[in-house]
Design a protein around this ligand. Structure first.
Ligand SMILES: [Zn+2]
Length: 364
């Protein structure tokens, strides 16, 4: 299920809204409308003006977040990283990119670009408010200008929060690139993740001591993010040195399309594999897995054939591909295995289990 939809394209990057964004926008507008001066419009009358201003503030805040993400994407594109999309969701934006640049100075600049833009927007807003508007009491009376003040404060907070030296914040990436100048990328990721986790624990303890539950919540978000970043970096770096041909099962066991599903179940138990290519007359017709079998009610299994339930759309990788490419491919499509095809002929099959086993062996 896809919970986001496209609203436009900037710099060739599709901009998407996540449904959680549509839920949070009225919440933000409500918070601004009901907060007292100077962080909200509680005193503004009539009510329609109050809600118009607070909705405008919420919208401009998300425009600021989009600009923050675009700053990351702009540099990423310059460094040759493909950006699939930018999605605005509950707590901000996420740029979905193929891979982070491994060059430490490029990663540092790219990570810093977002918070930098937030701080610049914040500084401009606060400067305009402080210097031009505050010189005239008449202008200050106008509640419309408080939009500028709130945006200024929010952007400064956003910039500083993102510079916290902890994954998954931008500051965590800046920290990793500093470590990566002195050690391997894997070690640098582990060190930066350790700092992030330590930071998260301190934050949680602080929150509990002062009785503010927002801190432990954000700390949990940081802790999970740091762990996830560490895990995925280790996986991709470890599997980078291995080719698909070193891990794939070479003597592929196949089944004919005319086999009944009932027989296929017995065949699976005997052969201990969960997925098989379907071959007829030397030609590859499809792939059938335990997931396909499970969709068939037991009573229909003797009458249905493999050709009725197999997946005909074939996805494959060449045997020369890097194992981490195959892992991205398998996780991205949420499939259990991929066929290995060289020059049109099936040379092997690579399963998620093969990859996970290799990861476990290599990280010991
Ligand atoms: Zn950012």
């Amino acid at each position: 299920m896809n919970f986001s939809f496209k609203i436009g394209t900037i710099m060739g990057i599709p901009i998407k809204l996540h449904v959680t964004f549509l839920l949070i926008l009225p919440v933000f507008a409500y918070v601004f409308a009901s907060s007292p001066n100077p962080y909200g419009f509680q005193e503004v009358m009539p009510v329609t003006t109050r809600y118009t201003l607070s909705t405008l503030t919420a919208l401009l805040l998300f425009v600021s977040i989009l600009l923050h993400e675009l700053a990351h994407s702009y540099l990423a594109k310059r460094y040759g990283v493909t950006i699939d999309s930018i999605t605005l969701f509950l707590f901000g934006g996420v740029s979905s990119m193929e891979e982070m640049p491994r060059n430490p100075s490029q990663e540092a600049k790219m990570a810093f670009a977002g918070p930098f833009v937030s701080l610049v927007i914040g500084a401009i807003c606060l400067f305009v408010y402080g210097n031009f508007l505050s010189s005239s009491a008449e202008l200050l009376e106008n509640p419309a200008f408080k939009v500028i003040w709130i945006l200024g404060v929010m952007n400064v907070v956003l910039g500083i929060f993102n510079l916290l030296p902890a994954f998954p914040m931008d500051g965590g990436r800046v920290l990793r690139s500093l470590y990566a100048r002195k050690m391997s990328y894997v070690k640098a990721t582990q060190s930066a993740a350790a700092v992030g986790k330590f930071f998260a624990i301190l934050m949680a303890i602080f929150g509990i001591l002062v009785g503010n539950l927002w801190f432990p919540l954000i700390a949990l978000f940081i802790y999970v993010g740091a762990t996830e970043e560490e895990r995925s970096t280790l996986a991709s770096v470890t599997l980078e040195t291995v080719a698909v041909r070193d891990l794939m099962t070479k003597d592929v066991v196949s089944v004919p399309p005319s086999m009944s599903v009932e027989d296929l179940v017995h065949f699976m138990f005997e052969n201990k594999h969960m997925g098989y290519p379907v071959i007829e007359g030397g030609l590859l017709k499809g792939i059938v897995s335990f997931t396909d079998v499970r969709r068939v009610p037991p009573l229909e299994r003797p009458v249905l054939l493999v050709r009725d339930i197999m997946t005909k759309e074939l996805v494959s990788v060449p045997s020369s591909a890097q194992a981490h490419e195959a892992l991205k491919f398998i996780s991205g499509r949420n499939i259990g295995r991929v066929l290995v095809i060289d020059d049109g002929s099936l040379v092997g099959i690579l399963s998620r289990t093969d990859l996970v086993r290799t990861l476990r062996l290599m990280s010991e």
